[in-house]
Design a protein around this ligand. Structure first.
Ligand SMILES: C[S@@+](CC[C@H](N)C(=O)[O-])C[C@H]1O[C@@H](n2cnc3c(N)ncnc32)[C@H](O)[C@@H]1O
Length: 138
């Protein structure tokens, strides 16, 4: 399932990180780079997620951890693009028999709005080991 939703199994081409029209996007496609696709480093023309294999495996591990530790709650993806990560989360919940846990999807489908607060403008993201962290100035 994973290699299907990241567009790996059919080697769907990559498209540039731009929000042009569908016609422009299709014209600018280029061949898949396996390494980039694996780490979520490209946008697949027809894949359901740009997340990549490694981050989907981390998502699976996180969902399994929630179940193994009897942590209550549901799954919410904020910023879903084509929904592939949430489709995968639903599948993992189902395989684990977690039919009472919901999967919620949220997206503006129109990009990021302009910063409206001091914190919005000055937030800093960085990677530490395998963790994505952020600094919000006080
Ligand atoms: C990097 S993509 C998400 C990739 C997705 N998680 C996946 O598995 O492929 C970012 C998504 O966030 C959405 N987005 C950007 N700003 C947003 C906002 N302020 N509120 C909600 N959605 C937003 C975009 O429309 C886009 O679908």
């Amino acid at each position: 399932m994973l290699i299907s939703i990241i567009g790996f199994i059919l080697e769907t081409p990559s498209v540039p990180f731009t929000l042009g029209s569908a016609e422009e996007t299709i014209q600018k496609q280029y061949p898949i780079d396996d390494g980039k696709r694996w780490v979520g480093g490209d946008w697949p023309l027809y894949g359901y997620t740009m997340t990549g294999m490694i981050r989907l495996e981390l998502l699976e591990a996180a969902l399994k951890d929630v179940v193994a530790n009897n942590i209550p709650g549901h799954f919410l993806e904020a910023g879903v693009w084509r929904g592939g990560s949430s489709i995968f989360a639903r599948a993992v919940w189902n395989v684990l028999g977690q039919h009472d846990r919901a999967v919620h999807l949220a997206d503006s489908f129109s990009g990021l709005p302009p910063a409206s607060t001091h914190d919005d403008r000055h937030i800093r993201w960085y990677v530490q080991g395998r963790t994505v962290c952020c600094n919000v100035p006080s």
